[in-house]
Ligand binder design. Structure first.
Ligand code: PEP
Ligand code: MN
Length: 289
């Protein structure tokens, strides 16, 4: 990596002897799905659990495509306190129903250290959102659960800050962490896209850590028309998976209470899944770590 000294962290290859070789990834298994293996994993679902009907419809569509893991937020980190904050426990119940009906594993966000136990009792994987990446008490609580964790990058976090955040989870004895690049903040939102997807970080990250790395093209763009091409670009950089927001066919985007502009319909998702299925994740390129 260029001129940056990383502190000693147990999530780094150089401090994790089994993974000294850049060809190896620490596979994180979530509800029978192996993230970090040769197969690219797609995690898909609504931004937010807005209703039972919407969530179950999307779960069925996702399942039909052979996907094993569904995303969906019950507790939402909203910029404005006046925006819809998610259905909370009722939303978790809906996700549990979707899992019972379809067999999908559930990836859902936890925002509050006091809610970790509750969310963990419903989830197969706990998501830490971009805004929470440096909520250290939350990271510590999540680490104590020993559950798989999806750690999103803070939208202005450096590689070192991100890996230090992972270390807060790991030092509790939990290295089942998947890193998710979701775009960084630049001036792009003034003209054409919510964030800039930092694909430059994928290989440096993979060289430094054996933790699996996935990309979220939905929050990286904020625009459903860009998700297909950006997903394909991400696959080319050697990611282990994609995290994608989905809306129902024919949905009135204006009626959605969260991220209505960025969810793709199941037909577009089908194309991305086909591309991901044909993609073989290559080893991290050997650079000079
Ligand atoms: C989300 O995944 O729904 C989300 C809020 O993403 P981020 O934390 O990356 O903004
Ligand atoms: Mn969202």
């Amino acid at each position: 990596m260029n001129n940056v000294e990383l502190p000693d962290l147990s999530v780094l290859r150089r401090c994790w002897p089994e993974y000294a070789d850049a060809g190896k990834t620490h596979v994180v298994e979530v509800a029978g799905v192996r993230i970090g293996g040769p197969q690219t994993v797609v995690i898909a679902g609504p931004c937010t659990v807005e209703s039972r009907e919407q969530t179950l419809n999307i779960a069925r569509e996702v399942r039909k495509l052979g996907i094993g893991l569904m995303r969906g937020g019950a507790f939402k980190p909203r910029t404005s306190p006046h925006s819809f904050q998610g259905l909370g426990t009722d939303g978790l119940e809906i996700l549990a129903e979707a899992r019972r009906e379809t067999g999908l594993g559930i990836v859902t966000e936890v925002l509050d250290p006091r809610k970790v136990e509750e969310v963990a009792s419903y989830a197969d994987m706990l998501q830490i959102g971009s805004r929470s990446m440096q909520n250290f008490p939350l990271l510590t609580e999540v680490g104590k659960t020993r559950m798989p964790v999806l750690l999103k990058r803070g939208w202005s976090a450096t590689l070192m800050e991100w890996l230090c955040a992972a270390e807060y989870i790991a030092r509790e004895g939990n290295r089942n962490i998947v890193l998710c690049e979701r775009g960084v903040r630049t001036s792009s939102h003034l003209t054409h896209a919510q964030s800039v997807l930092d694909l430059n970080i994928i290989q440096p990250l993979r060289r430094e850590t054996p933790l699996p790395v996935i990309v979220d093209p939905s929050h990286a763009t904020g625009d459903w028309t860009l998700v297909d091409s950006v997903s394909r670009a991400a696959l080319a950089t050697g990611v282990h998976g994609l995290l994608i927001e989905v809306v129902e066919h024919g949905v009135d985007r204006e009626s959605l209470r969260c991220d209505g502009d960025q969810g793709i319909t199941p037909d577009i998702l089908a194309g991305i899944v086909a591309e991901a299925d044909g993609n073989h994740v290559t080893a991290a390129t050997h650079g000079t770590p």
